[in-house]
Design a protein around this ligand. Structure first.
Ligand code: C2E
Ligand code: MG
Ligand code: MG
Ligand code: MG
Length: 286
């Protein structure tokens, strides 16, 4: 067989293999929910510059006996394409709010939601159920919508997001800078914060281009009264630059890794959430 046609045959075989793998991964994922293979980890989010804890983001984890740890970057798209994300997203909301209701001293819980949950019109009912069951005040919840996913900005979608905000739930534009409609979307939809994608932080502050973009984003966020949060902060130099431009909050391995719920409770005790700190005595000045 000539080399180039062998190459084509191999490509075709790889395509079949990849499709087969996707199919079986999806059927495994359907079973995973029943088998307790899914869990949530939580990554703390801190204030800049002092690193005091503000809350945590729930991140879905899937440990399969055959595939091992499967990255959400792989299985979330499968769940979205198949519709499985709707029940899965509901479970994440119930599980995470139940956990956050027991955090000492409060703290904001961030939960990733899929555009599919919004578009299918199920998000508000899922949210109501989660808040009612957990007792978590809506002000302690922030929903993250990724920018990289196409979100049909229909009247219904805009209405849903506006009603969430009216209830006091925060709304974050996640992975800011990776999509096509970043700035326009930030202006059109009622976001309360924007999470800078870690791709921007790569070589800060040496990368003059990214540094200039971040300064501009900082100004736009201020003008729109949207809180600026950086994610994927790994280096002290990145933290220092973000602090210098007035980025309010950050998340990343420099501060804390995602961790299981039990480890997060230890983290809260070590770090003490702001509202868990002793309050000034009644009548004290300031
Ligand atoms: P995301 O919401 O942007 O979450 C941040 C990702 O960056 C997480 O990856 C986190 O583990 C990772 N990360 C945090 N700090 C650092 C750092 O300093 N350096 C680097 N290199 N990475 C860092 P993860 O957990 O693999 O999640 C990937 C994506 O999957 C999330 O990105 C989110 O879009 C999606 N996802 C995760 N859980 C859920 C969920 O419950 N529902 C939905 N719809 N999507 C989810
Ligand atoms: Mg997120
Ligand atoms: Mg992100
Ligand atoms: Mg991301």
């Amino acid at each position: 067989m000539p080399l180039n046609s062998m190459g084509r045959a191999l490509d075709a075989a790889a395509g079949h293999f990849a499709r087969g793998l996707r199919r079986s991964l999806l059927s495994e994922l359907r079973a995973a929910a029943q088998l307790n293979e899914l869990s949530l980890h939580y990554q703390p989010r801190v204030a800049l510059p002092d690193g005091s804890p503000r809350g945590a983001e729930a991140l879905l984890r899937w440990t399969n006996p055959f595939y091992g740890e499967v990255s959400p970057a792989r299985f979330i798209p499968l769940a979205e394409a198949s519709g499985l994300i709707l029940p899965l997203g509901g479970w994440v909301l119930r599980e995470a709010t139940k956990e956050a209701a027991s955090w000492p001293g409060g703290g904001i819980l961030s939960v990733n939601v899929s555009a599919r949950q919004v578009e299918a019109g199920v998000l508000e009912a899922q949210l109501d159920q989660a808040l009612a069951e957990s007792g978590l005040p809506p002000e302690r919840l922030e929903l993250e919508l990724t920018e990289s996913l196409a979100l049909a900005e229909s009247e219904e979608v805009r209405g849903t997001l506006a009603r969430l905000r009216q209830r006091g739930v925060g709304l974050a534009l996640d992975d800011f800078g990776t999509g096509h409609a970043s700035l326009a979307r930030l202006r059109r939809l009622p976001f309360s914060s924007v999470k800078l994608d870690r791709l921007f932080l790569g070589d800060l502050p040496r990368d003059a281009g990214n540094a200039a973009i971040l300064r501009a984003v900082r100004q736009i966020a201020s003008a729109l009264r949207v809180k600026l949060v950086a994610e994927g902060v790994e280096q002290p130099e990145q933290r220092d630059f973000l602090t210098e431009i007035g980025c309010e909050e950050a998340q990343g391995w420099l501060f804390a890794y995602p961790m299981p719920a039990a480890a997060l409770r230890d983290y809260w005790h070590r770090a003490a959430l702001p509202s868990a700190a002793p309050r000034p005595m009644a009548g004290a000045a300031g």
